[in-house]
Design a protein. Structure first.
Length: 155
């Protein structure tokens, strides 16, 4: 029986070498690699690897590893875009970011990849992201993070 560690290594390798538009495609590739995996296990594995679903230049979505672990070849196919960004509002140490439907997870993943010490974490739904800031953190931190991942933000 294959271990979780070896399954995650194969999954990481598959995501680096191939473009997958659906979890079903990833599941088939894992099965072809000799792993008997159910969809809920795959979802947990993708979460453990911090995999994001991003918009591609072909107008579809693809599952990719966090920026630091994604090979240049895969990243090159991702179109710079606004991640469906619509607005940001603040309440205390929370930033509430609204996106178009289906974009929150991708934008949240990009914000997480910035590894800001001032951000305790993000929670993404379908079209909303909650960014939890450390107490006393300036709201400009979120603005600067958005400028880092969204072309022409704030211009």
């Amino acid at each position: 029986m294959a271990t979780k560690k070896s399954r995650l290594e194969v999954l990481r390798s598959l995501l680096q070498e191939h473009t997958f538009e659906s979890q079903e495609g990833i599941l088939r590739a894992l099965i072809d690699s000799g792993f008997s995996v159910a969809q809920p296990t795959l979802s947990r594995d993708l979460r453990a690897l911090k995999v994001s679903k991003v918009f591609t230049e072909s107008g579809t979505y693809a599952y990719v590893l966090p920026q630091a672990k994604v090979e240049h070849e895969v990243r090159r196919h991702v179109v710079p875009h606004t991640y469906g960004f619509q607005s940001v509002e603040f309440s205390g140490n929370l930033a509430i970011i609204k996106t178009a439907s289906g974009y929150a997870s991708s934008l949240s993943g990009e914000l997480d990849n910035l590894n800001s010490r001032e951000v305790l974490g993000t929670v993404a739904g379908d079209d909303t992201i909650i960014v939890v800031l450390r107490e006393g953190t300036s709201r400009s931190v979120v603005t600067n993070m958005l400028k880092a991942v969204i072309p022409h933000y704030g211009e």
